[in-house]
Design a binder for this molecule. Structure first.
Ligand SMILES: [Ca+2]
Ligand SMILES: [Ca+2]
Length: 127
């Protein structure tokens, strides 16, 4: 008898017919909680996600994200610094140089200018 094709089994996820019986198993991302029910694996707290920075658990899976100033790479797990100076050339005010840093960036006014409270490089009155 293929119990999996009938209602004659108590598998909550995957049923496999075997000779004379059947077995239950859980789909990827789930584990048997010991009572025959499949529960989500929390890959984030298990440390098996491979996420370099931020990990978010979901039902049956998980996903990675990066801190502010970093972008998720194609492997969907590692994070790389965003070079704001290249990707957003207008990020720094006029008469300043943009310096990329890990997770952020700096704007340094060119010689003879200093940054005011509004983030604008204004002329220094050396006199
Ligand atoms: Ca999960
Ligand atoms: Ca940066």
């Amino acid at each position: 008898i293929n119990e999996c094709d009938t209602v004659d089994h108590n598998c909550t996820q995957t049923c496999s017919n075997t000779l004379g019986s059947y077995t239950c198993s859980c789909r990827a991302g789930y584990k048997d909680n010991g009572y025959g029910n499949c529960t989500d694996i929390d890959e984030c707290s298990m440390g098996t996600s491979g996420c370099q920075q931020l990990c978010f658990n979901t039902n049956g899976s998980y996903y990675c994200q990066c801190n502010t100033g970093y972008k998720l790479m194609n492997d969907n797990s590692s994070c790389d610094d965003i070079n704001e100076c290249i990707e957003d050339p207008g990020v720094c005010p006029l008469r300043s140089n943009c310096i990329n840093t890990l997770g952020s960036y700096q704007c340094n006014c060119i010689g003879g200018y200093q940054m005011n409270n509004a983030g604008i490089c204004i002329d220094i009155d050396e006199c």
